[in-house]
Design a protein around this ligand. Sequence first.
Ligand SMILES: NC(=O)c1ccc[n+]([C@@H]2O[C@H](COP(=O)([O-])OP(=O)(O)OC[C@H]3O[C@@H](n4cnc5c(N)ncnc54)[C@H](O)[C@@H]3O)[C@@H](O)[C@H]2O)c1
Length: 255
Amino acid sequence: MNRPLDGKVMIVTGANSGIGEGIAREAAAQGAAVVIDWVTNGEATDKIVSDIAEAGGTASGFQADVSKVDQLAALIDFAVSDYGRLDVMVNNAGVEIGQTTADLTEDRYDFLMGINLKGAVFGTKLASDQMRKQGDGGVIINTSSVHEDWPMPSDLAYCVSKGGIRMLTRTAGVELGQYGIRVVGIGPGAIDTPINADDTPEETEALRRAIPLGYIGKPAEMGRVACFVASDAASYITATTIFADGGLMQKPGAV
Ligand SMILES: NC(=O)c1ccc[n+]([C@@H]2O[C@H](COP(=O)([O-])OP(=O)(O)OC[C@H]3O[C@@H](n4cnc5c(N)ncnc54)[C@H](O)[C@@H]3O)[C@@H](O)[C@H]2O)c1
């Protein structure tokens, strides 16, 4: 039986934990050959690669810091030399720093922007350069957030970076449509991943109660959204963001 991503080659950045891991595992289950980009914790990468192989899928790990353009270029070269092409680039790596306008420091701002925004901008540029060379389209997925629209008053730089992702997706989507390259943001709400590890149980419970569907989302649910966007079933979707937040954004002031 044909699977939606059979024959596709996908890179997922920041993919040995959380949402990136959810996307990588689901994409491999749907038939893609997946390159798992990572920066720390090589053992976690090895475990995901071996789980995928055991299930009959195809994956490999590659260490690259997305804030460095030469490392992003090496990541794409690795996928192309190992698997022959690149069909889907998922710019997923991201960090939070928890600094307000009052607290913000230059070094933490540069750190966050280098990963969250520069990494996604150059991931989009380099992946689309490769896809244009191939000449038969492609898909670029940017992991955004409800915070591309919705202020989070505890992390100014994070919201600025996700607002930037919103315009990256829209502008690159418009520029690249003529080549059959779709650029789509996925906008998670609150998802159970290490990025939220510092939340207190009280904060997590307040968040859960604010979500109309009544629970914190799972990485596997984001994996299914990303794989839908990557598949031909989403052939007419570009230059926009698909939110998956359990309804959270429709309750202004909920958290
Ligand atoms: N969890 C949520 O509630 C939530 C909500 C909305 C958006 N997001 C976004 O989802 C994405 C994934 O976050 P997550 O929640 O899975 O948390 P996570 O911490 O599990 O994932 C972030 C990943 O990025 C990697 N990373 C950090 N610096 C990197 C670098 N320089 N180069 C390459 N990789 C790097 C980390 O190692 C990690 O694997 C982020 O872009 C985040 O902003 C998360």
